[in-house]
Ligand binder design. Structure first.
Ligand code: NAD
Ligand code: DAU
Length: 332
């Protein structure tokens, strides 16, 4: 394997993956990204140009996708509409990109026989009760609840069907909530950090008791590379780092890290259909592929994320005002 195509490489996880690949492998990377509101070329500005090129384009564009996929030894597919609140306000782009875009890519990979890794989410499994001792496993039933998670579930099913019916050389991963640098300010942790840096109060949906299972984005990158190198074709791997926290706990930690009172937040209108809790059992990838997360100290990871946003206002400032006016319109 020498050349990989990374879709969505100008987004949060995709750009972190490209940086990770540059640091840990000799691979050449081509990024295909449409540069929607969520894509930012500045996130790739420090990638060494000799091993990297960027193509602005849509994963739904069949001829473009076929040309790029046929030149690659492997495709790592991150491109998606990724934000639940947006999917509730306007679902159409989620159907186009997450379903039709994935279909377009796997058709191309099938024709050229290119290795394909599909990046997906734990949200395909729906949610768990707060006191449920179980966590999601590769055997959990698909029960998506939002337009976003329904389209990601559909894209997983397309990949599985292409493996079985056409012999697509594919693997799938379903990961929990990522945090780290280069995450759009619409997402929970960067929104609260940038609110605090702006002198505004963090905003918790509902009662703040919903639980997410946090993983550092570098650990997601190392897991995806592990699957690309050693995963078994046709298999699904769940990726998680045992990072369950309620949203209120996360906000209290951010307030403490920035020297504020732990109750200096506001409770705001809840998200319709808001999933209560996600929790990943990642035993399979650990036991079968020998992967383990490196970022076990969540508070230390949050501290360095706060410092990154403090030091990179030029990166997030242009997105902040439009994001907050969108939320104001939704009562959040
Ligand atoms: P993001 O919204 O930050 O980035 C998505 C990227 O895809 C952007 O650069 C955007 O321009 C690009 N894109 C969107 N539509 C496109 C199209 N039609 N053609 C080409 N490019 C397009 O998303 P993210 O948080 O980095 O998520 C990346 C992937 O990881 C997604 O598939 C998501 O479902 C999955 N995932 C995310 C998380 C998380 O916590 N953020 C967790 C598990 C899985
Ligand atoms: O679980 C993986 C998923 O995690 C990914 O598939 C998605 O792409 C990613 O966006 C994320 O989905 P969530 O809906 O969990 O993430 P979000 O950052 O939108 O919200 C995290 C939690 O915080 C959720 O319970 C809603 C809550 N929230 C969010 C915002 C933006 C708040 O309480 N206040 C906020 O201002």
């Amino acid at each position: 394997m020498q050349r990989i195509l990374v879709t969505g490489g100008a987004g949060f996880i995709g750009c972190n993956f490209v940086h990770f690949i540059m640091e840990h492998t000799p691979l050449h990377v081509t990024v295909l990204d449409k540069l929607t509101y969520a894509g930012n070329l500045q996130s790739l500005s420090e990638v060494p140009s000799a091993r990297f090129d960027f193509v602005k384009g849509d994963i739904c564009d069949g001829p473009l996708v076929e040309a790029l996929v046929s030149r690659a030894d492997a495709v790592v597919h991150f491109a998606a509409e990724s934000h639940n609140d947006n999917s509730l306000a306007e679902p159409r782009p989620f159907v186009d990109t997450n379903l039709v875009g994935t279909f377009t890519l796997i058709e191309a990979a099938r024709k050229s026989g290119t290795r394909f890794h599909h990046v997906s989410t734990d949200e395909v499994y729906g949610d768990l009760e707060l006191d449920d001792p179980r966590r999601f496993t590769e055997e959990s039933v698909y029960r998506p609840t939002s337009p976003y998670s329904a389209t990601k579930a559909g894209s997983d099913m397309l990949v599985r069907a292409w493996v079985r019916s056409f012999g697509l050389q594919a693997t799938i991963s379903n990961c929990s909530n990522n945090y780290g640098r280069f995450q759009h300010v619409e997402k929970f942790i960067p929104r609260q950090i940038t609110n605090i840096l702006d002198g505004a109060r963090p905003r918790l949906y509902g009662s703040g008791s919903n639980v997410r299972d946090w993983i550092h984005v570098e650990d997601h990158s190392s897991a995806v590379l592990t699957i690309l190198e050693r995963g078994d074709i046709g298999e699904t791997y769940l990726i998680g780092a045992d990072g369950e926290r309620s949203n209120r706990e996360v906000v209290e930690m951010l307030l403490a890290l920035t020297g504020h009172s732990p109750d200096a937040y506001d409770l705001v209108t809840d998200r319709p259909g808001h999933d209560l809790r996600y929790a990943i059992d990642s035993s399979k990838i650990r036991a079968e592929l020998g992967w383990a997360p490196q970022y076990s100290d969540f508070e230390a990871g949050l501290r360095s994320t706060v410092e990154w946003y403090r030091g990179n206002e030029h990166w997030w400032r242009p997105q902040k005002k439009a994001t907050e006016s969108k939320y104001a319109g939704q009562g959040h």
